[in-house]
Write a protein that binds this ligand. Structure first.
Ligand code: ATP
Ligand code: MG
Length: 422
């Protein structure tokens, strides 16, 4: 193959059929899980006005500063951005369509997100999230629901990430903490790295999130937000912990968990694993009570989370928790004109009965068709020759196991295949 062939964009992957099989099983588990919790799907455009993300996520965040795919629509000069996450779009849509007019809403979405990051295992430029948002609920009960439903999904997927929990408090306490942090870091200017210096006055809280080992000691001793929290935020956090304890959900309080998006307040959490190296967070979320108002809606409390599908699937693979791929129920082998005419009818009947049926196309001998049937991984070959066509019957040949082949009427073949596929 020549190097001149066009390749996919760096950090953006194809999902080939083998892998897509797994994704589909994952997606159907997720859909059923969300249905059972009373959450409803919404779909928003992949492109939004750049201003939405600047306002929602925050100007001085990694995402907005350096990770967004932003371009000018040359036809009208508007600045547009490929969505880097889903919460901003969900909230924009909820406000635009006044969805909260009759009370709280439980929503979810699933799809591709785009961030211009350095591609590596578990970090891509196009990646996929399942996002869950509960809007209009102020209490810690909904925070607990969101966290406990995650735990439920992990059981279904056969994985066991651990829960890290923190509270960021409310606006006033964050302001107090911010003032103290700036003073503290200003007093230690010499230890600050370049990132920290840049963030000192714009977003000092993010300095605490630094992965630079040289900054760790300084960060450990920094003024703690915990010490500034208001009574109401503490009560909220305590109540959440109480529900988690009662329901047997283990967690670890991590005071340094601050999240990379500005819109969070009070509860924040991450589900993490040590099995995926530096890309160990498989799911992250929290409360964002200010965002609806900040984006121009009538203020409403809200909380949610997003999980990274690629990371979840890698974690499942490491634990050899597998999602059974789809295989066809039947592969239709036929030779001769009359046989083919009958085969079309048989295929239609099988499909109407819900059986996944692959019709052989391209002719060839029985022998070569049987090879294709095997390669298709179908459970059965249904063989139709002139004899079968004349008798309106099919020969059912199991392609797995040791069962004998039998020749039967079509309705009987359908019954047989349906039994075999359950
Ligand atoms: P990280 O610290 O790993 O960069 P983040 O805080 O930027 O994560 P969020 O914005 O909270 O991530 O997104 C929620 C989840 O989406 C993450 O926990 C992760 O599982 C997944 N995710 C985020 N960015 C990527 C990416 N570039 N590639 C693959 N998955 C990602
Ligand atoms: Mg990130």
């Amino acid at each position: 193959m020549s190097n001149n062939n066009i390749q996919s964009v760096r950090g953006m992957n194809d999902c080939l059929p083998e892998v897509t099989d797994t994704w589909q099983v994952f997606e159907s588990i997720v859909r059923d899980w969300l249905r059972r919790y009373g959450y409803r799907e919404m779909r928003t455009p992949i492109l939004e006005h750049t201003g939405l993300f600047k306002r929602a996520i925050g100007e001085v965040t990694d995402i907005v500063e350096k990770e967004m795919y932003t371009f000018v629509d040359e036809l009208n000069g508007e600045s547009l951005t490929l969505r880097p996450e889903g919460t901003a779009s969900a909230v924009r849509s909820v406000i635009q369509h006044n969805l909260l007019y009759d009370g709280g809403k439980r929503l979810w979405y699933m799809g591709p997100m785009f961030r211009h990051e350095r591609p590596q295992k578990g970090r891509y430029r196009q990646f996929h999230q399942v996002g869950v948002e509960a809007l209009g609920f102020a209490g810690p009960d909904v925070d607990a629901e969101l966290i406990m439903m995650c735990a439920d999904l992990w059981r279904a997927l056969g994985i066991a990430p651990t829960l890290q929990l923190n509270t960021l408090g409310d606006y006033e306490s964050r302001q107090r903490h911010r003032t103290k942090l700036i003073a503290y870091f200003e007093a230690h200017q010499d230890v600050l790295d370049e990132d920290a210096r840049r963030r000192l006055h714009s977003n000092p809280l993010r300095i605490l999130d630094s992965k630079n080992p040289a900054m760790q000691a300084l960060n450990e001793a920094a003024p703690r937000l915990m010490d500034e929290l208001d009574e109401a935020a503490l009560v909220h956090f305590e109540a959440l912990q109480a529900v988690l304890r009662t329901n047997g959900i283990d967690f670890e309080i991590n005071p340094r968990l601050v999240r990379g998006l500005d819109y969070y307040n009070r509860t924040v959490f991450e589900w993490v694993t040590d099995q995926l190296g530096a890309q160990g967070t498989v799911c992250a979320g929290g409360r964002y009570d200010g965002l609806v108002g900040q984006l121009g809606g009538k203020p409403a409390p809200a909380a949610g989370f997003a999980m990274g599908i690629e990371r979840l699937l890698s974690l499942m693979e490491l634990g050899s928790s597998t999602l059974a791929p789809q295989v066809p129920d039947a592969y239709l082998v036929h030779a001769g004109e009359a046989a083919q005419a009958f085969a079309w009818q048989v295929a239609a009947s099988l499909r109407s009965a819900g059986l996944a049926t692959v019709m052989h196309c391209g002719g060839g001998s029985f022998k070569s068709q049987m090879k294709k049937a095997d390669a298709s991984r179908a459970r059965f070959a249904l063989i139709i020759g002139d004899d079968e066509a004349a008798a309106q019957q099919v020969t059912v040949k199991p392609l797995r196991g040791t069962a004998e082949q039998t020749r039967v009427e079509v309705p009987l073949a359908i019954e047989f295949l349906k039994q075999a596929s359950t």
